[in-house]
Design a protein around this ligand. Structure first.
Ligand code: SAH
Ligand code: F3S
Length: 502
């Protein structure tokens, strides 16, 4: 164990983007809380962490705006440190460009290297603050934990000053620690699962992506696929459940690729089988699915695990073969449809969501029509639709972005309209049924407790519970409770009903 002494300060974590980013931010928050740091507004914080998203231009622009604001703030304040994480961090070239543009960024950090935070703060914040120190026992050194054949947690980590040897010594912190070629880092920093888990918690199981969809920046920024070892995930999952999680969502860009890079090649269903053994864990969800990695055996085994919920998020992106080729999605439309049909055969009551991009390079009206046809054919429960946004550095960035913005918007609305109709029709089939709902949120309206939660198929369900003052001893619900709801009404977006006692 290394003893690090760090004066306390205030932090602010700004997060945009996907569930992976939210999961990562929760873990960074745990680290800072454990260091005795206090959460504050961005204006008051001494450490601002920006957890960024690059999937589309808009979230990246928000981060650029904040970086400009923070640059001004730093000119006025000497007690401010800025750290950047998430998808805006890519390889050294991306970091160099950002560093040139924003020399006030103090730390570029990938989540796998978040163990660096205490050392970074000790080094930089101690100098700035000169405040009273808090001695803590923190993370083991990488060398304490790794054996020769294990992957190092910190390649090239320089020697840092510790509380006993700091006097007069300044270490230069690397602006980012990037693995050397061939060096795969699969471990999350140790012991940093969220301090208090919400009833539905995220569990990132595979980082990065090995696909190279031509429009997508993720593989360039998140690197190649690295699965986290099963034993590490089991420890983290147990800890999350101990802290109150009832539902875990396993995260990965192509989540069925889990384990392909691990020595004994466990698969997603093996992981779910082990997770199912955890007492107190009620539901297991997973995302994002990729059709080619979903074998029949995997689907069958998942379908037979009672805790695994009947919901699949399986992006198709387009309903046209030529477009799928341009996107380099790695499957044909027939293959995709065949997988969906197989899933529906093997997994009764499965609900489906998908992602669609409209207005990708060269998308003709006919190609777009094929996407609408696919929506009518498959009848997804939920569709996430995005207008194509050029991502510099991707293959498609070299092609002409030739669908005008107004046309992209028109196509986006056309998808939303058709999908709204389909979802409305599908949701009517729930009316009269009793659904098991895990409560996510509660509030009081007009003296009645209103519950918001999700059924196993991931549909949003709202229900008021009977007025607790009118019937004595009426149960008051908390997030994480399970309630059975008889569905009385349905819209395209949610189901509504009354709580029932079975
Ligand atoms: N791993 C997922 C995708 C992750 S990115 C998969 O297998 O598809 C999340 C979503 O953002 C994608 O599904 C896609 O619909 C959207 N997206 C990615 N790049 C985009 C771009 N350049 N423009 C618009 N939407 C994009
Ligand atoms: Fe992106 Fe395709 Fe991977 S959309 S995250 S490159 S599967």
């Amino acid at each position: 164990m290394t003893t690090i002494s760090i004066p306390r300060g205030k932090y602010h974590i700004w997060t945009v983007g996907c569930q992976m980013n939210q999961a990562d931010s929760q873990r960074i928050q745990t680290m800072l809380d454990e260091l005795g740091w206090e959460e504050a507004s961005m204006e008051q914080a001494n450490l601002v962490v920006l957890n960024t998203c690059s999937v589309r231009q808009a979230p990246e622009e928000k981060a650029h705006n904040l970086l400009a604001q923070l640059k001004r703030a730093k000119n006025e304040r000497s007690d401010l440190l800025v750290a950047l994480m998430g998808c805006m961090i890519g390889n050294q070239k991306t970091i160099d460009a950002l560093e040139k543009r924003y020399p006030h960024i103090d730390l570029f950090m990938k989540v796998e290297h978040a163990d660096i935070l205490p050392r970074f703060l000790e080094e930089r914040w101690t100098l700035i603050s000169g405040a009273g120190c808090l001695d803590i026992e923190f993370m083991p050194d990488a060398s304490d934990e790794t054996t020769d054949d294990e992957i190092p947690v910190f390649p090239d980590l320089p020697t840092f000053a510790t509380s006993t040897s700091r006097a007069g010594k300044r270490t230069v912190l690397p602006m980012a620690i990037t693995p050397k070629p061939g060096e795969r880092i699969a471990h999350y920093p140790t012991k940093i699962e969220p301090a208090k888990a919400s009833p539905s918690a995220w569990l990132p199981i595979v980082l990065g992506c090995n696909k190279v969809c031509t429009y997508c920046i993720v593989p360039y920024r998140r690197g190649r696929e690295r699965s986290r070892p099963m034993d590490e995930l089991m420890i983290e999952a147990r800890s999350l459940v101990d802290k109150g999680a009832k539902e875990l969502t396993l995260l990965g860009q192509t989540v069925e690729a889990y384990g392909l890079d691990l020595p004994d090649q466990p698969d997603l269903a093996d992981l779910m089988t082990n997770l199912s053994e955890i007492d107190g864990l009620e539901r297991i969800r997973f995302m994002t699915s990729y059709p080619r990695h979903m074998t029949d055996s995997m689907i069958e085994r998942m379908a037979h695990l009672p805790k695994v919920c009947e919901h699949l998020n399986i992006p198709v992106q387009s309903g046209d073969d030529a477009m799928l080729k341009r996107m380099k999605r790695g499957y044909s439309l027939d293959e995709y449809v065949e997988r969906i049909e197989r899933v529906r055969e093997l997994w009764p009551d499965i609900t489906l969501s998908t992602d669609i991009i409209v207005g990708f390079c060269g998308e003709t009206e006919e190609e777009f029509q094929h996407t609408l046809d696919l929506l009518e054919k498959i009848r997804f429960d939920v569709v996430h639709v995005a207008a194509y946004s050029v991502r510099p550095g991707t293959v498609a960035a070299r092609w002409e972005d030739d669908v005008p913005l107004a046309e992209k918007k028109r196509r986006l609305h056309a998808v939303e309209e058709i999908q709204g109709k389909i979802a409305f029709e599908l949701n009517q089939s729930y009316v009269g049924k009793v659904e098991e709902v895990m409560v996510e949120d509660t509030n009081m309206t007009h003296g009645r407790q209103q519950l918001k939660g999700r059924n196993r198929g991931n549909k949003l369900v709202f229900c008021p519970v009977p007025d607790s003052t009118s019937s004595e001893g009426q149960r008051v619900f908390q997030p994480g409770d399970f309630v059975h709801v008889r569905i009385e009404r349905a819209t395209a977006w949610s189901l509504q009903g009354e709580a029932v006692v079975l």
